[in-house]
Design a protein around this ligand. Structure first.
Ligand code: HEM
Length: 558
């Protein structure tokens, strides 16, 4: 046999390559296991890394099978009495993860040295938006686009959007009235999502999508795209390669890009036209929709007036579409979950519901004139401390995301208490865990898992562990849309909480299973433990962290 191999050069070459690859694989595995074996973390196996403890956690019923992955590090921390940072090793199915629930340590890789986003974030965002999007890119490309879009989120401009948001929330109340009349359980996420999509359509494209009353092909493709993102690859590494998924992602991307490309070209022509009409008169009023800011930046870059540019370059066009796509996604997905959770927690806490209704009666006047009051004086929205506290508490209990970075050659982490250097593994994922920080009993006390908006009232600010509340992240890579999200959620609550009575309808999930939604189709969502930390509304991974089963609810007129 040995003779056959050595005498045949092709076989010998293949054997050499295979042996070399296996050797490299084994060496990498050995290095990873060696680095993590004695590092802080759950019990570690030389053969399986942390795969066995993960399997045990997921199958023992300690957490629901479909729970969002950002929940599991806290479950490990509590189960194995770990400190605020530790390592998880799922090699070869994923990178070594450095799980961090310490803001001071987190600052070392997010603020003091802002590390790049992790390749897994980049791949996910590429499916949603395309390469080079604002969320996952870094360096000069990120800096350029962030500065282009910052004016779109200036406080004064956001206030000018309030009347439009009020109109969309009014439609939301009409939809809810219809659902109350129908008297059937429904998935709140569906309706909250249509609301936030309508809002973001105006903010980004200055367009009405009207998805609350109709349908839009681009929005349908965008939403479908989110369901086809292969983002639980640690459980199924082959998911990105399923032909059906590849086809749907390609087809959706095509629909979205064609639609946005046409809108962008049309807007560019309009702006060229406005510019030439304005040349002899006063400077054009500055538009701040995301699409206008993008086109203006092109105008500046190319000086289209001097150079008679009449078309967007293909490079710019591709980039602008990517950024528009990322805003359409990030601008609706997270806020809709926040609105769902707010209505859910208020439905379970009659004292909080009374307080928020009282605040609205006092500041906004009778419900029938609230729409008008907010349009007349959008700044009323800033005079609702209890409503703001409700949303902040909702975002504490259910953060939509976390920050996932990648260790680079300049990443040197040290333990903030001892100053000792921490173990670094090549390509390590640095995971700053919002869920773990927001649910840390040592920080938030014994009521950590209880909905208690009072902790965010201004009079309690001195006892608030501010650095541990970071639903929008902090530092230079914080959420550009956070003020918009807060405004939108407050307007929605202002128009809704006095008009309707909600109750959670998790008892009806089996009844709703045939409704064609992803939740309905996949029975795993309803298998095993259906509670997390005393709550039946727990997060699952669908784009971002969404409420289980799309937050089933019943609604009645109040
Ligand atoms: C409740 C609602 C929202 C939550 C909880 C949220 C959360 C976050 C978080 C945690 C990040 C940082 C992600 C990371 O470190 O990788 C982020 C970034 C971002 N968010 Fe939001 N977001 C919300 C609403 C919005 C809205 C309404 C928009 C757009 C209008 C938006 C656009 C973005 C963008 C573009 C980034 C990337 C910013 C950058 O890196 O420069 N978000 N968001």
């Amino acid at each position: 046999m040995a003779n056959a191999v050595t005498s045949h050069p092709v076989i010998a070459a293949i054997v050499t390559i295979v042996v070399t690859l296996l050797g490299r694989f084994a060496l990498k595995g050995y290095r990873v296991r060696k680095a993590v074996h004695d590092a802080p973390g759950p019990p570690h196996s030389w053969i399986w890394g942390h795969l066995l403890v993960m399997n045990e956690l997921m199958t023992s019923g300690e957490v629901p099978i479909k729970v969002h992955p950002h929940v599991t590090p806290l479950a490990f921390r509590q189960k194995y009495k770990l400190g605020p940072y530790f390592y998880l090793d799922f090699w070869p199915f994923g990178p070594v993860m450095f799980c961090c629930a310490d803001p001071e340590l987190g600052a070392q890789f997010t603020t003091i040295h802002s590390t790049p986003k992790h390749p897994e974030v980049i791949t996910t965002m590429q499916n949603i938006a395309g390469p080079g999007d604002l969320v996952s890119t870094s360096g000069s490309h990120w800096r350029k686009w962030r500065s282009v879009f910052n004016p779109g989120f200036a406080a004064q401009h956001l206030m000018s959007l309030v009347p439009g948001i009020v109109d969309d929330c009014k439609v939301f109340t009409e939809v809810l009235t219809g659902l109350a009349e129908a008297g059937k359980p429904f998935r709140m996420e569906e309706y909250a999502t249509r609301l936030t999509i309508d809002v973001i359509g105006k903010v980004v494209l200055n367009m009405r999508f009207d998805t609350q009353t109709g349908s839009n092909p681009m929005v349908n493709a965008l939403r479908d795209q989110i369901f086809w993102i292969p983002n639980d690859t640690a459980m199924d590494p082959f998911k990105p390669y399923y032909p059906r998924g590849i086809y749907h992602r390609w087809q959706n991307s095509r629909t979205i890009n064609n639609y946005l490309g046409e809108v962008l070209d049309k807007r560019f022509q309009e702006i060229l036209h406005e510019n030439s009409a304005d040349e002899s008169t006063s400077p054009r009023e500055r538009k701040r929709a995301i699409i206008d800011l993008a086109v203006e930046s092109y105008d500046k870059e190319t000086d289209s007036r001097t150079h008679q540019t009449t078309r967007l370059s293909s490079d710019f066009r591709r980039n602008a579409i990517t950024q528009i796509r990322v805003f359409l996604f990030a601008g609706h997905d997270t806020t809709s979950a926040a609105i769902c959770y707010a209505l859910y927690y208020l439905s379970k806490d009659s004292a909080a519901l009374s307080k928020i209704r009282h605040e609205h009666n006092t500041v906004l006047g009778p419900i029938d004139s609230t729409e008008e009051a907010l349009k007349r004086d959008p700044y009323l929205i800033s005079k609702l401390p209890y409503t703001t506290a409700v949303i902040k508490e909702v975002l504490r209990l259910n953060p939509a995301a976390s920050s996932i970075r990648s260790a680079d050659s300049q990443t040197h982490l040290t333990d903030p208490r001892t100053g000792e250097p921490l173990i670094m593994v090549p390509d390590m994922m640095l995971w700053l865990l919002h869920w773990s920080m927001h649910r840390d009993p040592e920080v938030w006390g014994p009521t950590v898992n209880t909905f208690n908006p009072d902790r965010f009232l201004p009079e309690n600010s001195s006892t608030l562990p501010e650095a541990y509340w970071r639903p929008f992240e902090r530092g230079i890579r914080n959420c550009i849309g956070q003020d918009l999200a807060m405004i939108e959620s407050r307007v929605a609550l202002a128009l809704v909480v006095r008009q309707f009575e909600f109750t959670a309808a998790f008892d009806a999930v089996d009844q709703m299973a045939g409704d064609g939604t992803m939740y309905g189709k996949d029975p795993k969502y309803r298998e095993g433990t259906q509670e997390l930390l005393g709550d039946e509304a727990y997060p699952v991974l669908v784009g971002t962290a969404k409420p289980r089963e799309g937050m089933p609810m019943r609604v009645k007129l109040a």
